[in-house]
Design a protein around this ligand. Structure first.
Ligand code: GYE
Length: 381
């Protein structure tokens, strides 16, 4: 029986790899499920390294079916949709998982309810992307008392005892913000721009790690750079619609005082750019001519297209492809291996302006990749 399952997995991994690199998950040719798999394969492609990891895990995870309760924040952005596609495809039944997926519609109370249901259902592992940092102590204690390991990913939890979850993996959001601000400093220096600039901050969901880190970085840069004025900060909740609404309001109130729009994700950048165009402003890097300069985070395919077109001056990457990473963690835990408690993923930064090839943050140099069409074609989300 085990051999049979292992054989099926290997065949399906080979099939997935055969599908022109659109490999998220093993595919069996039988059914509706296979069709859905192919659809997800087309949404998210894996890197060579991720494919190897999946192939390894498919073979390693040959025991019983593992039940995973996964609490997702919502579907507020392209980043989040790609992240959901990645985890759903990797925790598939053909790979040995019974995934109970819950979409919390961006409400912490829904996440708390989902986790309590996972505990009642006695799942093997709970995986949580927490919408905000605080308020998790009690529910994580309940999971611990029930003996269910919790993996936290992407955003973080701020709890009294870090032993309440087995591991966290995600981005260094403060570093992302520092890199965006370091790029802006380099850009202004390269243009010999010493005039004061007015900056507005379109923040993500307040209290979310991605918002906290990116906002803190901007606030620190404003303190450190003479002439940088933070003239408004408002949350667009990481959505395009709210981003557009907030930007409209800021333009009505502050219009010509705004030089730089710091958008804490791509979807809010799309909304902000729409609002700027509606009001007749130009978007670009010629500040002397009145352009508004837009900075963004995520570097999704659409975000990168806008960056290549000059709508976004620099796009700092944040990867949503957690499926392969999380399955690898579950397999390791299930084999009794220890996991690092905190793991940061490596990320890049992209701009159409090729003359800033790198920036420095805390004495370390980080590359800024000059965008090309070819590079965007390799983007899977
Ligand atoms: O930047 C944004 C999403 O938590 C890193 O959430 C994630 C952020 C991402 O909605 O687009």
């Amino acid at each position: 029986m085990l051999h049979c399952r292992k054989f099926r997995m290997m065949i399906s991994v080979m099939l997935a790899l055969f599908l022109g690199g659109f490999a998220l998950m093993p595919v069996s040719l039988e059914s509706e499920e296979a069709f859905q798999d192919i659809q997800s394969l087309q949404q998210v492609r894996l890197s060579e390294e991720e494919r190897e990891m999946l192939e390894r895990d498919a073979v390693a995870n040959e025991g019983d079916i593992l039940t995973i309760g996964l609490s997702q924040i919502g579907s507020e952005s392209d980043w989040r949709i790609a992240s959901t596609a990645s985890v759903q495809a990797c925790f598939s039944s053909r790979n040995g998982y019974d995934l109970i997926f819950d979409d919390a519609q961006q409400k912490q109370e829904n996440q708390l309810k989902a986790i309590r249901e996972f505990i009642d259902q006695d799942v093997d592992y709970i995986i949580l992307d927490p919408c905000v940092e605080t308020g998790w102590d009690s529910v994580l204690k309940e999971a611990k008392e029930a003996g269910i390991p919790v993996i936290v990913y992407d955003r973080r939890v701020d709890v009294s005892d870090e032993g309440l979850y087995v591991a966290w993996v995600g981005s260094d959001f403060r570093l992302e913000g520092d890199r965006a601000c370091a790029w802006l400093r380099e850009f202004l220096k390269s243009k010999n721009m010493t005039d004061s600039i007015g900056i507005v901050d379109l923040q993500g969901t307040l209290g979310a790690s991605a918002q906290i880190g990116r906002t803190e970085a901007l606030e620190a840069a404003v303190r450190e750079n003479e002439g940088w004025n933070l003239i408004a900060q408002e949350s667009g909740d990481f959505t395009e619609g709210k981003g557009q609404e907030v930007m409209r309001d800021l333009l009505n109130r502050l219009g010509d005082k705004i030089d730089v729009v710091y958008c804490e994700n791509d979807n809010m950048a799309y909304g902000a750019i729409n609002a700027l165009k509606e009001k007749g402003y130009t978007v670009g890097t010629d500040l002397a001519k009145g352009d508004k300069l837009v900075l963004s985070f995520d570097a999704t395919r659409n975000g990168l297209k806008l960056t290549l077109d000059g709508g976004i001056a620099v796009n700092t990457e944040c990867s949503p492809l957690y499926g392969p990473i999380l399955t690898d963690m579950v397999v390791k835990l299930d084999q009794g291996q220890a996991l690092a408690h905190d793991t940061y993923i490596e990320e890049g930064q992209f701009s159409a302006l090729s003359y800033i090839g790198s920036i420095r943050v805390s004495d370390r140099s980080y590359p800024v990749t000059a965008l090309t069409e070819d590079l965007i074609r390799t983007r899977t989300y």
